[in-house]
Write a protein that binds this ligand. Structure first.
Ligand code: SAH
Ligand code: SF4
Length: 347
């Protein structure tokens, strides 16, 4: 944004230093921070801030926003899907789901994705840019304000690969869990990755206390390479070692995502091989019948296949559940809404 500073990506400490360094009184920092947390879009709205400071902020900073470009509400289960538009016109998707224990939001971390998984609508639409910390925060704030609810859980499972935007994601995690901000605890946050091994170690060493979820989607490299290009860079052995080490370093077990694709990764032999690989990890496997994305030719595994897969894993003491598909009438799988919006002539 024309060399302007992204003020909403600053922590309160950073903002305080910035304000003091520019010869404004220190107490103003908390006031400005308070306004930024109110989801405002211009410095004019900061009514109790001196015009000197407002003018200074206007010439040196910008306030990032996520405005609602589209909103779909599922008639089945009240799942809400948003297409948010940022200051530069780029769009991402977020989904708000309501559970017995509260509201959960699935947010995006990038506009598009570089990883190119063959079953994924986001992967198919290419990569535009990574999101700033404030843009991740704004997805939650705008959704909360729009729905008038408090969101208690966050999953980083929307568009993009969070570990390919490592520094901004870590900064976002610090901002969102801060008691000066939305104050959502790290234990209520899950990050999903397609398996960038070095960054899994970097994340472990930060001891943040979040849950790590790894998208495995195959029991071996041969099948994984067919659907996930990242498998050509890191073998399943290396990836699972990183997951074991993540547990050793952080004390938190990794969960696995496994999209079941008919005839690709859902045979009895695939289940047995997966069980052997995961033996002794005490992990949980989330099975997701693959959502059909146009042009992929993939079909979801039928219910009988899903049940048999679970049985085989259970025989080997691996806990697995089929993830409830929420918002199935509103394209709730990531990347589909933006893809359709782009086809209609939007971003
Ligand atoms: N890039 C990260 C997080 C975003 S994708 C990752 O890949 O983990 C979030 C989850 O949705 C991943 O487990 C991904 O594999 C899964 N996913 C993507 N497209 C899907 C589809 N068409 N059907 C089912 N799951 C899908
Ligand atoms: Fe990217 Fe995740 Fe989609 Fe793969 S599944 S293309 S890593 S968003």
């Amino acid at each position: 944004m024309n060399n302007l500073i992204d003020i909403k990506s600053m922590t309160l400490d950073e903002l305080t230093d910035f304000i003091v360094d520019n010869k404004f009184p220190k107490f103003r920092a908390k006031q400005v921070y308070g306004w930024l947390n109110k989801n405002i879009s211009s410095f004019e709205e900061m009514s109790n801030i001196s015009s000197d400071l407002r003018n200074f902020l206007k010439t040196s900073c910008y306030i990032s926003v996520a405005s609602i470009a589209k909103k779909l509400v599922s008639s089945y289960d009240n799942t809400v899907k948003y297409l948010f538009e940022f200051n530069d016109g780029e769009c991402v998707e977020s989904v708000v789901m309501s559970y017995k224990h509260g509201y959960s939001i699935c947010i995006s971390t990038q506009v598009g994705c570089k990883m190119g998984c063959t079953f994924c609508a986001t992967g198919k639409s290419g990569f535009s840019r990574s999101l700033t910390p404030s843009e991740m925060l704004n997805q939650i704030e705008t959704a909360q304000n729009d729905l008038n609810v408090r969101i208690s859980n966050i999953v980083l499972m929307g568009m993009g690969e969070p570990l390919d935007n490592f520094d901004n994601v870590v900064k976002f995690l610090k901002l969102v869990s801060s008691d000066n901000g939305l104050n959502i605890g790290m234990r209520h946050i899950t990050l999903s990755t397609c398996g960038l091994v070095p960054q899994i170690y970097d994340l472990a060493n930060l001891h943040l206390g979040i849950t790590l979820s790894v998208s495995l989607h195959a029991p071996n490299d041969q099948i994984r390479k067919k659907t996930m290009p990242i498998a050509r860079k890191y073998s399943i052995e290396e990836l699972l070692k990183a997951c074991r080490d993540y547990f050793k370093i952080t004390g938190r077990r990794v969960t696995f995502e496994y999209s079941m694709i008919s005839g690709v990764n859902d045979s009895d032999a695939n289940a047995k091989e997966l069980a052997n690989r995961l033996k002794g990890m005490g992990c949980h496997v989330n099975l997701i019948p693959v959502n059909t994305v146009e042009d992929t030719g993939y079909i979801k595994s039928n219910i009988k296949r899903q049940q048999r897969f679970i049985e085989i894993l259970a025989e080997k003491n691996i806990a697995a559940t089929v993830r409830r598909t929420l918002g199935s009438d509103i394209n709730a799988s990531c990347g589909q809404l933006r893809r359709n919006h782009a086809k209609e002539g939007g971003n």
